[in-house]
Design a protein around this ligand. Structure first.
Ligand code: ZN
Length: 369
């Protein structure tokens, strides 16, 4: 009996000293954010560990440790980055294998107890590689990331545009709305407005396109006011480019009067090099541009419907020259009918002009959302 007790004591002693020697993994905590997943392991003492990573696996090796049974379940945390965790025990060494969704930049460090935390901690960070690169790029290119919103006030100078019942000239209305829209755009972070004209002077249609291209505009918005002989016609419409060109008398006239080829810049040189490739690229950029134009048109029209009548409930397709801006989504907005006496009055009203400018502005914001 005495021998047995002695053995028991010896065993307990050995066990106790053995346990004392090992560190205990007290807790596993995880924190997931957009940029990284953090694994925090709480320990009762400092440990020796090693980490090896390959493509989609992180091997964590901790020597001379034991795991509390209540901690066990906490290890198997999953999120967008950690898909699965396995544990292997080899004597006093524990191997953790974290299977991950992709390759991450892994860094780790040990922290000592401090005022806030009573335990030693092993911290392992799984950082997104793409995000880090993007952040660096964004910081680098910040000024060029700004969206240039090209605002085109229709007509100007010797071209008065349509003339209302009370002799209101379209060119003044369009400039007034364009300037109000520019003010709203320029107050918006990440956006800058460029006007094709800032005063009452003539700017050719081809010149307007060139201004958009030179400024690397992300969208082109041409502002107009409609006119027809029938005085009762009312409401706003939005036009986007049609592949086949316009069907209205006005757009046909415009297409005839302008040398469209000329506005396409270096296109002819490209044709010489590789006609087939050029055709595909050209059509692709046009197709994408047209889809984007349609989207922008819809967004603007939706906002316009909140402040007044709509003449046409969906964006109309036309072949206006100002819309033939290669690869820049473009819309032409007929804000209202200057030929309708009530709408003419509305177009002359500063408050109403502000409402129109704001509707277009909201449409642009929604387009980018
Ligand atoms: Zn016009």
């Amino acid at each position: 009996m005495r021998q047995f007790i002695a053995l028991l004591i010896t065993l307990l002693y050995v066990n106790a000293s053995y346990a004392d020697n090992r560190a205990t993994l007290l807790d596993f905590r995880f924190a997931t954010s957009d940029k990284r997943t953090q694994i925090i392991i709480d320990l009762d003492k400092k440990i020796k560990y090693s980490i090896n990573t390959n493509v989609k696996k992180i091997h964590l090796n901790i020597q001379n440790v034991k795991l509390l049974s209540q901690t066990y379940d906490k290890i198997f945390y999953t999120d967008s980055r950690i898909k699965k965790t396995r544990i292997k025990r080899q004597k006093n060494t524990m191997n953790f294998v974290f299977s991950t969704a992709e390759k991450y930049k892994v860094n780790s460090y040990l922290l000592q107890p401090d005022d806030k935390y009573q335990h030693h901690r092993l911290v392992i960070n799984l950082n997104n590689i793409a995000t880090q690169q993007k952040t660096k790029k964004q910081k680098h290119n910040q000024p060029t990331q700004q969206k240039i919103i090209l605002i085109d006030a229709g007509h100007g100078g010797q071209d008065p545009g349509a003339i209302g019942y009370k002799h209101t000239q379209e060119k003044h209305i369009t400039l007034s709305i364009a300037k109000k829209l520019a003010k709203l755009i320029n107050r918006t972070e990440g956006m800058k407005a460029v006007l094709t004209r800032r005063g009452d002077y003539y700017v050719g249609l081809t010149k307007r396109i060139k201004i958009a291209q030179a400024n690397k505009a992300s969208v082109f918005i041409s502002i107009h006011a409609d006119a027809v002989p029938r005085r009762s016609a009312r409401g706003a419409s939005v036009y986007t480019l049609s592949e086949r060109g316009g069907s209205t008398k006005f757009s046909r006239q415009l297409e005839r009067s302008q040398n469209i080829e000329q506005s396409f810049g270096g296109r002819k040189n490209l044709i010489k090099n590789d006609q087939y490739l050029n055709k595909i690229l050209w059509n692709l950029s046009r197709k994408d541009r047209d889809i984007q134009s349609q989207k922008l048109g819809h967004k603007v029209l939706k906002q316009m419907s909140k402040i007044g009548y709509l003449h046409k409930k969906i964006p109309q397709k036309a072949g206006f020259v100002v819309l033939k801006t290669p690869a820049i989504p473009s819309v032409l907005i007929e804000t209202a009918f200057i030929s309708n006496p009530q709408e003419e009055e509305r177009l002359n009203n500063t408050k109403e002009q502000e409402k129109i400018a704001n509707a277009i502005y909201q449409g642009v914001l929604n387009y980018y959302r």
